[in-house]
Ligand binder design. Structure first.
Ligand code: GAL
Length: 732
């Protein structure tokens, strides 16, 4: 990240400007055969290059690929499902072959398509054989053919079946190259009248936007940290992710294939007009063709990818030249892959009506739910979805009174109330988006800003001028400018976002349960907020909200009913605004169709009594890639989380382990992530642990906090056969 330049044995062999693109260099001519070879890579990430934290240095993997002189071209395979039902699939395959020798070659090409190891349906492979394929000396050729498969195990979020296509090239009966591609069999399309269809079934996009960083671990690739994020999102019921606003690491797409997420793969946050001084605009003209091609060629066989996004909130959306440029970019994408649509996330109302909307196949709107109806009426042939929605902000476990959506009631001490009622000027509550999605079922779904908190953009305490780009009117502009100005005069207030449904550590905020109640309507779940430890509020109005998919809820305080409420039309949360606080127990009982369905309890807790340490996995790989996420929880004598606890916890390690990072999910925490101590934030903190290099004996984390007994947790090494799967990182 970014502007990389590569030298081999002192010879400059190439480089790439955009830090999110993958590229390959042929270094054969520079190598010393049998000797020592030195590869040097220089990276330079200019200041002011992005609106969010980009990371720095060599933050994604580099692979050395040794190939034959006659071979399948790197990323030269394309596999498209032309037709698939339960009985058969028709695949269109294209493979580019390359002959770097000085002799013409005639090859036998054999292809086997078989279920991958992760696919449940075990059926024998299907083969295709193409003899006598000529590839002239120092030339390339493209082979195109179809294959039919019986009873295909199709890919979809609930059953992410994958296949492997293995290409074997033979010359004079001897193998000259072997190349594998993982892919999935699925059909999909967008329909302007009914939304998104996967394998013929209407599928609502229950999506979130994600930046690429991994919270306290920073931006460097870590497959387990990515997998954990996806596990948490899946538990919430998310089935789709927009990787805002840049192509992700290839390992992340492998995970989305395996775990069953639908992905919008996005190129950039700007075209010719930049948002920051050294943004992508500074290289746009010289690089955009290469970057688009790199993204599409690298990612086109991933079944998870459903749309190519050519940009986010591109300022050019307002001009005719911008629309022309958009059409040109779409044509470039289609040249590499015409099996998916092209989209963009647009933030001005005008772009839905000024002609720009015709330059994409599927129109994405950021924060425009109240215009969905008008768009549908004016653009009956263009599928629509919410490419960024809500942007509600909150701090986990913080609640401010009185409860309203007004700024002065929601913000305090660099925190934002978790009653989920506050959002910046361009945004809405989750509920408003839900209502408009429900009123317009043809909208294909939404991508909430954001699934996880991320590094950078600490709105509403953000003094970045780019916030002004969201102003829709002069009066909006004035309000946003005044807020920016106010925060610019303060010392650094916060360093990470408040947008996440989940905080920077992966701890669920209240909103997690609001989305879960909508996206997993069959889950018997009732969530009560706020916590019930308010000694200073006895007798004061302390509103209670309940998130659940039940259609009726009765709330009790210390056994007394506070009323049974029925869900109204377009109502997504249950509210009791007149509750007067008294310590004790809140109980919410949910009913569906009049039957008891689920219930939950919130109790006033005692004071802190113990530290609890809970690992996401107590056995991890000792391969320097795997990590354990340990939740540090301060509990009372009954084991209940003490919800306002902010005490300091210090850590020690006994044995061959180390602490990679600590944090607590508080966006205003300015201490380093690389530390041996951390305050809990509202009862919770996180320690990320790893084995010392080349060690695998168990090690122990010891956590200490003043006045509490020490807590210990031992991490062991997984047996070698269960270590992190190397094939997760597929160089192709
Ligand atoms: C959007 C933008 C996102 C993020 C978001 C915050 O306008 O596309 O990147 O800044 O606002 O609400």
């Amino acid at each position: 990240m970014s502007n990389s330049a590569v030298w081999v044995n002192g010879i400059h062999v190439g480089g790439w400007a955009y830090g999110y693109s993958s590229y390959a260099l042929d270094i054969t001519r520079c190598l010393t055969v049998g000797g020592i070879n030195v590869i040097a890579i220089r990276l330079e990430n200019y200041p002011e290059s992005s609106r969010w934290y980009t990371g720095g240095g060599l933050y994604r993997n580099v692979w050395l690929r040794k190939t034959k002189r006659i071979r399948v071209v790197h990323q030269g395979v394309r596999i498209v499902t032309q037709y698939a039902d339960a009985r058969k699939a028709i695949l269109a395959l294209e493979v580019e072959l390359e002959n770097t020798t000085n002799d013409d070659a005639t090859l036998d090409v054999a292809v086997e398509v078989r279920p991958s190891d992760t696919t449940e349906a075990r059926s024998p492979g299907t083969c295709h054989h193409q003899p006598n394929v000529s590839v002239a000396a120092t030339d390339k050729t493209v082979l195109e053919f179809e294959m039919q498969l019986k009873s295909p195990a199709r890919w979809e979020p609930g059953s992410p079946n994958l296949y492997v296509a293995e290409f074997v090239l033979e010359r004079y009966g001897a193998e000259v190259d072997r190349y594998e591609v993982v892919f999935g069999i699925r059909t999909m399309h967008f329909d302007a009248r009914s939304g998104f269809f996967l394998n013929g079934r209407r599928t609502k996009l229950q999506g979130v936007c994600l930046h690429h960083d991994l919270g306290p671990l920073g931006a460097a690739v870590n497959p387990r940290a990515m997998e954990r994020q996806l596990e948490i999102l899946r538990e919430m019921g998310a089935n789709a992710i927009r990787c805002s606003h840049n192509p992700p690491a290839p390992e992340w797409l492998d995970l989305c294939d395996r775990m069953g997420f639908l992905v919008i793969d996005e190129l950039t946050d700007c075209w010719r007009e930049g948002k920051k001084r050294n943004d992508y605009h500074s290289v746009f003209d010289s690089w955009v063709v290469k970057d688009l091609r790199s993204m599409v060629r690298r990612d086109r066989n991933h079944p998870c990818v459903i749309l190519w996004s050519i940009g986010n909130e591109i300022p050019e959306q307002l001009s005719a030249e911008g629309a022309d440029l958009s059409s040109q970019l779409r044509a470039m994408v289609r040249a590499e892959d015409s099996s998916r649509g092209v989209t963009a996330g647009m933030n001005f109302v005008e772009s839905g009506f000024n002609g720009f909307q015709h330059t994409v196949d599927v129109f994405g709107w950021n924060y425009k739910p109240s215009h969905y109806g008008k768009f549908i009426e004016h653009n009956p042939g263009i599928p629509l979805y919410g490419s960024e929605t809500s942007s509600c902000v909150s701090s986990r476990g913080e609640y401010f009174f009185p409860v309203s959506g007004r700024r002065e009631d929601c913000l305090s001490g660099y925190q934002v109330s978790s009653y989920d009622l506050y959002y910046p000027h361009w945004a809405t509550t989750p509920d408003v988006e839900f209502e408009h999605q429900d009123r317009h079922p043809s909208v294909a779904g939404e991508f909430v800003w954001t699934g996880f908190d991320y590094l950078g953009e600490p709105t509403p305490y953000n003094d970045d001028q780019t916030n002004l780009l969201n102003a829709q009117s002069e009066s909006d502009r004035k309000i946003i400018a005044a807020e920016i100005d106010m925060h610019a005069r303060e010392p650094m207030p916060a360093r990470s976002s408040y947008f996440g449904i989940v905080d920077l550590c992966g701890f669920r905020k209240d909103r997690f349960y609001l989305y879960q109640s909508r996206w997993r309507p069959d889950l018997r779940m009732v969530h009560i907020l706020p916590h019930w430890n308010w000694p200073e509020r006895v007798g004061e109005l302390t509103p209670v909200q309940v998130y659940t998919a039940a259609d009726e809820v009765e709330l009790f305080l210390n056994g007394e009913t506070l009323g049974r409420k029925r869900r109204g039309a377009y109502s997504y949360r249950f509210r009791w605004d007149e509750v007067r606080y008294e310590p004790g127990e809140l109980r919410a009982v949910g009913y569906k169709d009049g039957e008891l369905w689920a219930e939950a309890v919130r109790r006033t807790t005692g004071s802190a009594c113990a530290i609890e340490l809970l690992a996401d996995r107590a056995d991890i790989g000792s391969d320097n890639d795997d990590v354990a996420f340990v939740t540090v929880k301060i509990v009372d004598k009954d084991g209940l989380l003490v919800p306002r606890e902010k005490s300091l916890v210090t850590f020690e390690i006994a044995g061959p382990g180390k602490i990679l990072a600590v944090d607590n999910g508080d966006p205003s925490r300015l201490e380093p992530f690389y530390a041996q101590e951390c305050r809990v934030f509202n009862g919770l903190a996180l320690a990320v642990l790893q084995f010392e290099p080349d060690r695998n004996e168990p090690f122990t984390l010891i956590a200490k906090s003043s006045g509490l007994p020490d807590a210990r947790l031992t991490i062991s090494a997984l047996s070698p056969s269960l270590q992190l799967d190397e094939t997760l990182c597929i160089p192709g």
